[in-house]
Design a protein around this ligand. Sequence first.
Ligand code: GLN
Length: 216
Amino acid sequence: MIPIESTQSNTGDELAHRNAPHIGVLAIQGDYERHAAALEESGAQPSLVKTPEALAELDALILPGGESTTMLKFLNRNNFFEALKVFAQQKPVFGTCAGAILLAKEVRKPSQSSLSILDIAVERNAYGAQRDSAILTLDTKLPGGPLETVFIRAPRIVSAAPEVEILAEREGFPVLVRQGHTIAATFHPELSADRRVHQLFVDLVHANSHAGHRPE
Ligand code: GLN
């Protein structure tokens, strides 16, 4: 984001608003409100997305956590699934937890359909009943030191193609990954106060739109 000298002036506000990428949060189910708040804190202009038509207005999209099976049922109506797949091929998408499951190429235990955007295989609810939810502090490749990570009935990324950059791991398995303009986290960054993961996504959206508008 371009730093604004005076955020008090109307001109400054207008400029900040214009430069803020318009990022949707799929609002079928799950913790989409927290994602919208996190996006706002990271310099984006969020909106809640409930229909495939709403995708047309967006620079990028977050697929939140929740229950991936429930989300899939909803997406399978009104061509939403197909519209989402086309969107994710063209624009940045960030999937957290159930959202990461939706983005994966392969979903196991049990298997279910997915958008097949990110070249990873995931196992659902893979951390077992005793440890299915946990707050851990993990080292990551993000600048700024260790990161708080909240896991809730999280999937495990059991394999990732070489093109997938691993930004953080838990017990040797990736938990934050990036491939091109797609990011996935098996934890819930929106539930922590640290905004580095949302900021990473907002920065990627800026980089993506600048690349798209580069003069010939
Ligand atoms: N267990 C959920 C699923 O399999 C994901 C959990 C979450 O998003 N917090 O879809």
